[in-house]
Design a protein around this ligand. Structure first.
Ligand code: F0G
Length: 477
């Protein structure tokens, strides 16, 4: 399908902020504790990358200078969160820390039944193992890979229906994370509502470039699900970042607080899954929150068997304290402005020097189009993996390939069936790096731009049967 940008591009306003008196967005925190970064040499990095078989997942973290592998579990916690950790109540049942976390999640999501888990995918397992099974179909704007894996592991099918605009990497659109609601309606009719396990809206849409979902889209999805009697679940791990974009770009939300926007979105759904390792600003944790008691009881049984008792799941009391506090802090207007602006800052700088990337910039990461960056490297030689390796060799920056290494499959003759896009994700940990760290990343790209023609692709010399990006081994092609 070819789209004419002029027909569908929707201009959106630039953010304005009353609290910001200068053009520079500063980090709205000062640094109390520091963690040493070991600055490696070019020679050391060549050795480390060879030892890691050209797969940065196999590097040791002290071999990395700037770690942009993920924004998950990599946040710096606040002094308040560390203070909360000292208050952690480690009682097996009914801990005070659980009461605090339960209240924080309840106040935010409106869900009465809350199940704590050690991270997001554990919550996915609780829910999708109960809702899934052979013959069941799940529909999402885009399933994150652990979501898809949990659904497929149960024997069910996972279908992605992002809006068509999302497939045009350069198209300016305010809510490229939206779900295609016409397709949703058609799919429910085609399969029958009774076969639909759930409709899952991922906010922001991580696998689609960290792009936001509008309230109007969430409302349309909710209305269809209600009418058809289908369960509607939010994958809410970046809900605060999504709320930022709604306030900035969607009419009618200018004077809402970010928290009110998130609460409104939660009201539309029947429940949510959250990896607290993102917008709850903690290093470990998650939860499943539901409005239906019967479903909650079913999931709670799996919780107690696989994670832990109902009032701690897989978490320590101290983790639950930190989550309760993080869920408050993340909606702070100055924090969210800094957060989204600092991701956009990196994206804008890279775009200005000609790096091809997904536009507009999403909430938590910048996604580089590696196929356009290295047009001479065939997809079967993994241009994304080549870029990930070059970034590491050049500057010790660790990033993540989201292309045919991660999502490609082999046909029966061993030929690659490529992923739809060859991307490299630069995910920004929350409250961790300063502007000069980000300027250093831009400088590394400037040099990589000049050396593009000389870079070779890679070939896989070992791959495991599942989730091959984590442990595959490569050599230069
Ligand atoms: N849903 C989304 C949208 C995610 O991005 C993730 C994790 C999960 C669910 C699973 O949560 O890791 O706590 O089990 N995303 C990380 C990433 C791993 O790097 O994007 P988890």
């Amino acid at each position: 399908m070819s789209l004419k940008p002029s027909q569908i591009s929707v201009p959106f306003p630039k953010p304005t902020f009353p609290n910001m008196h200068t053009k520079i967005t500063i980090e709205p925190f000062r640094i109390k504790v520091v963690e040493q970064i070991r600055l490696t040499t070019d020679e050391e990095r060549q050795q480390y990358l060879r030892d890691a078989a050209y797969n940065p997942f196999l590097l040791k973290s002290n071999q990395v200078i700037i770690d942009l592998l993920t924004d998950s579990g990599t946040s710096a916690m606040s002094a308040e969160q560390w203070a909360g950790i000292m208050r952690g109540d480690e009682s097996y049942a009914g801990a005070v820390s659980w009461q605090r976390m339960e209240k924080a999640v309840h106040d935010l999501t409106g869900c009465p039944y809350i199940l704590p888990t050690h991270q997001g995918r554990a919550a996915e397992h609780l829910l999708y193992s109960r809702l899934g099974g052979p013959g069941k179909v799940f529909i999402s704007n885009t399933h994150f890979d652990t979501t898809r894996a949990n659904i497929e592991f149960s024997g069910a099918t996972a279908l992605d229906i992002p809006i068509p605009e999302a497939r045009d990497m350069a198209l300016e659109h305010p809510f490229k994370g939206n779900m295609d609601v016409d397709k949703l309606q058609a799919l429910i009719r085609q399969h029958g509502p009774e076969t639909i396990g759930a409709v899952i809206l991922t906010v922001t849409n991580n696998s689609g470039g960290g792009q936001p979902v509008s309230m109007a889209n969430a409302r349309a999805v909710s209305e269809i699900c209600k009418r058809e009697g289908v369960l509607f679940i939010l994958d809410a791990c970046r809900i605060a970042e999504n709320a930022y974009f709604i306030k900035q770009r969607e009419q009618g939300y200018e004077s809402h607080t970010y928290r009110e926007i998130a609460q409104e979105m939660f009201r539309l759904a029947d429940g949510c899954i959250m990896s607290a390792k993102k917008d709850a600003l903690v290093n470990m944790g998650g939860f499943l929150a539901l409005k239906n008691l019967d479903l909650a009881i079913k999931c709670r049984t799996v919780l107690i068997i696989t994670e832990g008792y109902a009032t701690y799941g897989g978490l320590s009391g101290r983790d639950m304290e930190a989550i309760a506090i993080g869920l408050e802090e993340v909606f702070d207007a100055d924090y969210l402005h800094y957060r989204i602006r600092s991701t956009t800052y990196l994206g804008e700088k890279l775009r200005a020097i000609g790096v091809p990337l997904i536009w507009p910039i999403g909430g938590h990461a910048v996604y580089i189009d590696a196929k356009a960056f290295y047009p001479h490297i065939p997809v079967a030689q993994f241009p994304g993996q080549a870029l990930v390796c070059q970034l590491y060799l050049k500057a010790g920056i660790r990033s993540c390939e989201i292309g045919s290494v991660m999502f490609g499959k082999n046909d029966e003759n061993g030929n690659l069936i490529p992923a739809p896009m060859e991307l490299v994700r630069l995910a920004i940990p929350r409250r961790v790096y300063t502007q000069s760290h980000i300027d250093y990343v831009v400088e590394a790209f400037r040099e990589l731009m000049d050396e593009r023609e000389r870079v070779q692709g890679l070939r896989i010399v070992y791959e495991p049967p599942f989730l091959r990006h984590f442990t595959s081994r490569f050599e230069p092609a």
